[in-house]
Design a binder for this molecule. Structure first.
Ligand code: AMP
Length: 555
């Protein structure tokens, strides 16, 4: 029955056929997609001001339309937010606004189809109307509230074990508790555990470690803990929560049998087949913990997209996340690629020269530029990808990093990837002590001369001063960028500092961002805190328990 309803809604064969067709002819599809976007938006003031005069070919587009970043578009977007209903970026006024960017089409995301239930840690932040009457919310919020998505969810209704009210609950902690409880209630039916970004899954099971006794008590007594106070959640949960002392005992026995929570997910959900979510890029640091919870279950990384527009799909999800390849969907937008070996020219004010989708070279790294039907033209997304091959004629890429430099004082350049590698290297020393880095961030301290890097770690337990001192030296040595090492040797950059913060500090940062309207489903820990981010710096500073200064470059 369910199979039929799902089939009615998504015709898989047709989707695959279309995918094959567009990828075989990616170059032509790109030209058509650009033409469609420009024709549909020919009335837009932005495009008209650039003198395209109805031309829609890639060369005229490139000649007339400049590369832009979010900052360049802000004046236009602000007018839309303030209620200007004229054709600004698109011909037709935009009705939904994605908070982290300009506009979004909120493409419904396909769930992998199985006939069991999914435990999905998804949350919707509040959607609100701007002064001008636009519905604004984070991309996933707009998605979860999109009528097509709701329709799809309904088609797959018996898929999600949590009641809908839990996704739309106003309090993230209470929703998370109810997601976990719903998962336990339907533990034998859960076939997959998922979230948008892997961080939410790791966060959920870390929370489970803390709260499992309350969850088990709720199942035993059939009474929801009083930590859940929101009436809609209490009401929805009361419909599925019944006293079940046997289940409570089984869960408790399983938990007691675990060693350091290894394999928690398959133990709780014996019929789960896989764990699903975005696991690449800034999610990689959570993979180790996720593997620990997932035991022998495969980790499937989902697609590659952003609030600004969907980009690429993972057609071979069984590859481990480290080798995941994303296949660009040429019909979804018009894509250009800025070669990274050219990027320095942007510092001297020359626009780097992007290439088209089918002109990229295997092995090269590029920053992605997108043009979307929703009114972004030659928009620099800020992501760097590496071309690994082609699927038919469309490129397959690996997500490498965000394009902005993370840590830089003078001639040094370190990206989020460099930081990730340094943290991975240094945390091996902690692993010998059976400890792990729960989360991390960094900033550049230039309050004293010379400036230096500050790396902040939250760790899972107490480590000796000696080991942490070694970790600090190891971090300093692991930044192999020549600008960094040469500056360190002549003290143009001061000794790296490692600060250890109290348990729960990164949870406070998450809460701070939720308070600002971020959806937990989209949360990514900032890997570098700018000096203007006073609140996050304050949270970090208030929670420092220890500081270490590197002696790695002392002679
Ligand atoms: P948001 O701005 O919240 O919509 O997040 C979009 C950003 O998340 C993208 O620009 C990427 O930096 C990152 N992202 C999305 N999908 C992936 C993926 N599959 N792998 C790595 N990073 C991703």
């Amino acid at each position: 029955m369910l199979e039929r309803r799902v089939e009615d809604f998504i015709n898989m064969e047709k989707v695959i056929e279309e995918f094959e067709a567009v990828t075989k002819d990616a170059g032509r599809v790109q030209i058509e997609t650009l033409r469609r976007i420009l024709e549909d938006n020919s009335e837009a003031e932005y495009l008209q001001s650039l003198g395209l005069n109805g031309r829609t070919d890639p060369q005229s587009f490139k000649n007339c339309v400049p590369l832009v970043t979010h900052k360049d578009l802000e004046p236009y977007i602000n007018r839309m937010i303030d209620g200007d209903l004229s054709s600004i970026l698109t011909s037709n006024p935009i009705t939904t606004m994605s908070l982290s960017s300009g506009t979004t089409q909120g493409k419904p995301k396909e769930f992998p189809i199985t006939s069991g239930k999914a435990l999905s840690f998804i949350y919707s932040s509040k959607q609100f109307k701007t002064k001008g009457g636009l519905a604004a919310g984070t991309a996933t919020t707009n998605l979860f509230r999109d009528s097509r998505y709701i329709q799809e969810m309904q088609a797959l209704k018996s898929q999600c074990c949590s009641p809908e009210e839990v996704i739309f609950g106003p309090d993230f902690h209470q929703s998370l508790y109810c997601h976990l409880l719903s998962g336990l209630i339907f533990c034998d039916e859960v076939q997959l555990v998922s979230s948008t970004f892997a961080h939410s899954i790791v966060h959920a099971f870390r929370t489970f470690e803390q709260l499992w006794e309350d969850l088990v008590a709720d199942i035993r007594d059939g009474v929801l803990t009083d930590r859940v106070t929101v009436p809609s959640l209490r009401n929805a949960m009361s419909k599925i929560l019944k006293p079940d002392p046997d289940l409570a005992n089984i869960i408790k026995t399983k938990i007691m049998g675990l060693s350091n929570w290894y394999g928690l997910i398959p133990e709780l959900f014996p019929n789960a087949k896989y764990v699903y979510g975005i696991m690449t890029g800034s999610m990689e640091p959570y993979l180790k913990k996720l593997r620990h919870y997932a035991g022998d279950l495969p980790l499937l990384t989902s697609d590659y997209g952003s609030s600004e527009g969907w980009i690429a799909t993972n057609v071979n999800p069984t590859l481990p996340p480290e080798s995941a390849l994303y296949t660009v969907l040429p019909q979804i937008g018009y894509f250009e690629f800025i070669p990274q070996n050219n990027v320095d020219s942007s510092f001297i004010g020359v626009d780097p020269e992007p290439v088209g989708l089918t002109q990229v070279k295997i092995g090269e790294e590029y920053e992605i530029v997108i043009t979307t039907p929703a009114g972004l033209y030659r928009y620099r997304l800020g992501d760097v990808v590496k071309i690994m091959g082609f699927y038919n004629s469309t490129p397959q890429l690996k997500f490498v990093r965000r394009s902005n430099l993370l840590l830089t004082i003078n001639i040094d350049k370190n990206t989020e990837k460099d930081l990730q590698l340094a943290v991975e290297e240094a945390s091996k020393l902690l692993a010998e002590e059976k400890l792990e880095v729960v989360d991390y961030t960094s900033y550049v301290d230039v309050s004293q001369d010379p400036g230096h890097y500050v790396i902040i770690w939250e760790i899972s337990g107490e480590s000796s001063e000696e080991v942490l001192g070694e970790c600090c030296n190891c971090l300093d040595k692991s930044f192999v960028d020549a600008g960094y090492t040469s500056s360190r040797k002549v003290n143009g950059i001061g000794a790296l500092e490692l600060r250890v913060v109290r348990r729960g500090t990164f949870q406070k940062i998450l809460e701070h961002y939720i308070g600002l309207g971020s959806a937990v489903s989209q949360f990514k820990t900032p890997r570098c805190v700018g000096s203007n981010n006073a609140k996050v710096l304050q949270i970090l500073n208030e929670n420092v328990v220890n500081k270490y200064i590197s002696s790695a470059f002392n002679n």
